[in-house]
Design a protein around this ligand. Sequence first.
Ligand code: TRP
Length: 334
Amino acid sequence: MIMDKEKKTMLSCVQPSGKLTLGNYLGAMRNWVGLQDDYNCIFSVANEHAITVRQVPAELRRNTLEVLAQYIACGLDPQKTILFIQSHVAAHAELAWILNCYTMFGELSRMTQFKDKSARHADNVNAGLFTYPTLMAADILLYQADYVPVGIDQVQHVELTRNIAQRFNNLFPNTFTMPEAYLGKVGAKVMSLQDPAKKMSKSDDNTNSFILLLDKPEDIMRKFKRAVTDSDNRIVRAEDKPGVSNLIGIYALATNQTPEQVEAEFEGKGYGDFKTACGEAVVEMLRPIREGTEDLLKNKDYLEQVYKEGAQQAAYLARKTMDKVHRKIGFVAK
Ligand code: TRP
């Protein structure tokens, strides 16, 4: 893939800190697929971010390859898009160090994700967890990205990235492109099937609350049948019907319909029928992704070729930015 100067650059990453959910797919990856022709796209597997909380090494390795395989199985095309593993491009850690020196302690202290994660992992509030946003800023600024497709929970980190870029550019003009968070379509936020007030999350203790992209069809069906609804048995969206509203949103996305069409389709029908239909639609939507991922994971040579070529292309772009940064801040050229 070559960067097309006429096109804007999009960059995003997924952490391989577990399995990807239906929420990751509908909220992120599915939308990225459609961006590949209109933007220069760069997507990486953020394994350096993942180690800010403890990981089991063998699982981290496996999950990293699994995320890469799922990127491809979801429709990200290595011919069009740069796909790589973060740790394969050393410039991420290099630039993160430099940006640390242009990021304020107070700014990092205000990050809500840091506050949440340090509360959840009180026994391991390491420096990496604290400086995680400067690594994310490095991911973005290294490639002079214009847009960063992220969920709402990451917008604060993109805002911080902008502040860091602004501060740096004020001292050293024209170093970094100012990035912008790119929020996908509204309604793509998928909630827990057990507690629709919460976002669907793989770290939920109740495994019935989330659907994994690699879940078996019978597990998907079971989880939808057990999904929390309410007692009034009407399939319409309403504020006091968060469970049903969430299922309508999922079904609409899985069948490419509007929520209004879904409500019309199920008028007069009961929750039992609707939940079965949701399960079946999601099974069919995820089937090619699960099968594609399984095939790719058996084909390690191909995956290796993809991530090596991706890293080479990414490293070339990253090096251009690093050279510029080194020159500007007064590091002696190699
Ligand atoms: N922090 C992001 C998350 O947890 C993942 C991420 C790392 C990222 N680096 C990034 C997202 C750069 C966008 C751009 O979801």
